[in-house]
Write a protein that binds this ligand. Structure first.
Ligand code: SAM
Length: 248
């Protein structure tokens, strides 16, 4: 997969050199290129923002540097017959970033991320990307809160997407049982020693009885999801009097 990120803080992306994502880049499973938006300005101060039309607080990112930066990214091509990137714009007003969206984006050969700052990017940049460059544009939110810029969102999204690429996680099976893969949270997990600080590992996990372990884990996943994230449960999993229907 190829990833391009346009930002005024390319150095914010340094963590993508580390750990499994850094290794995936070294192994050629993923390329990540950061582009400095200020390289596409033409004034002495490398200005990327201006005051909002209609008044109001804060500054808005100017359209021209964004258009030139996106032109530059698209013009590089991905070496596969003129394919274009899918443009992901992080924003608190976007569609929620979920595991299923991470899976969808992990299928794309090429993603470009546009990191807003200040009050965000002039609306006409989205239209330009769609209409003039022919890009699919997805505005995506990390959650219902406001960050200072899109870079932290890009770090989170790239990590969630890249770990789904074949070869990035050594044991692909570990992806299957994780929280959010099938709508439930993960069961509680334990490692050695059996007793730590007066607290024991649940007996069933030491029983060697695989079907009992699977049943216990399923029950725990339902109970944990009901207590921490009831919004994730399908109505069919909850009985009419509000109890959990534990289907073992
Ligand atoms: N004025 C914008 C609004 O009210 O929707 C918020 C702008 S925010 C201060 C600056 C930038 O941070 C955004 O353009 C976006 O790139 C990023 N950002 C902030 N919150 C985010 C979130 N929850 N998810 C993804 N990106 C976010």
């Amino acid at each position: 997969m190829r990833i391009d990120v346009v930002t005024i803080f390319p150095e914010y992306l340094a963590p993508l050199d580390l750990s499994l994502i850094g290794k995936a880049r070294e192994d050629g499973l993923l390329t990540v290129t950061a582009h400095d938006l200020r390289d596409f300005t033409h004034d002495r101060h490398r200005t990327v923002d201006d005051t909002p039309y209609g008044g109001g607080a804060g500054m808005v990112m100017k359209p021209q540097p964004w258009a030139e930066a996106l032109d530059h990214v698209v013009a590089q091509g991905d070496g596969s017959g003129g394919r274009r990137p899918r443009l992901v714009v992080p924003g608190p007003g976007g569609a929620p970033f979920t595991q299923s969206l991470a899976r969808e984006l992990a299928e794309e050969p090429w993603l470009a991320f546009a990191c807003g700052r200040y009050e965000g990017i002039d609306e006409r940049v989205y239209e330009y990307a769609r209409d003039d460059l022919g890009l699919e544009v997805s505005v995506v939110s990390l959650g219902d809160y406001v960050l200072n810029g899109g870079e932290v969102a890009v770090l989170a999204m790239v990590e969630a997407i890249a770990r789904l690429l074949p070869g990035v996680i050594g044991n692909a099976e570990s992806l299957v049982e994780e929280s959010h893969e099938d709508g439930l949270l993960e069961y509680p997990i334990y490692t050695k020693p059996k007793v730590w600080n007066g607290r024991s590992v649940p007996d069933v996990l030491l029983s060697g009885n695989h079907s009992a372990i699977a049943a216990w884990r399923h029950e725990q996943r339902l109970a944990r999801t009901a207590s921490r994230r009831p919004d994730l449960l399908h109505p069919a999993q909850v009985t009419t009097d509000g109890d959990l229907e534990v289907d073992l």
